[in-house]
Unconditional design. Sequence first.
Length: 158
Amino acid sequence: MKEQVIIKLQQRGVKIDDLVPVLYELQSPYLPNLTYEKCKDNILAVLNKRDIQHAILTGIALDELAEKGLLEEPLLSILRNDDSLYGIDEILALGIGTLYGTIGSTNFGYLDKGKPGIIKKLDTNSGKVNTFLDDLVCAIIAAAASRMAHRHRDSNNG
Ligand code: MG
């Protein structure tokens, strides 16, 4: 299923290599020996988790249904307009952002607010419905950052 998730993300305009620099910027102040390769490894490790795969497939499916006009009102307009009072996109994403501990929610909030790199691109992609996708991308990066932080601490403590 991991390959299908990666293909699905790609179809929606998100390559794994787009997430790497965002994760690097987020974590490099804390991890001096960080490399792009390490970032990519952690992103791919996060995508191994079934909970995360399910959340991604669910969120993207809703984005696609909204894009094709296949949802009923009022949900259709809510998703198409990325209604700021909706919040279910964030709830779904937060669920996966915190799979590696609560530090994930801090990272998620930071990414959601600052919208670095690919996240900004998704947020301003006209004609596409990325209501769930932008939060999912934040959550994947947040989870990868948390995974990295916990592993770093573990390896330092011997
Ligand atoms: Mg959203």
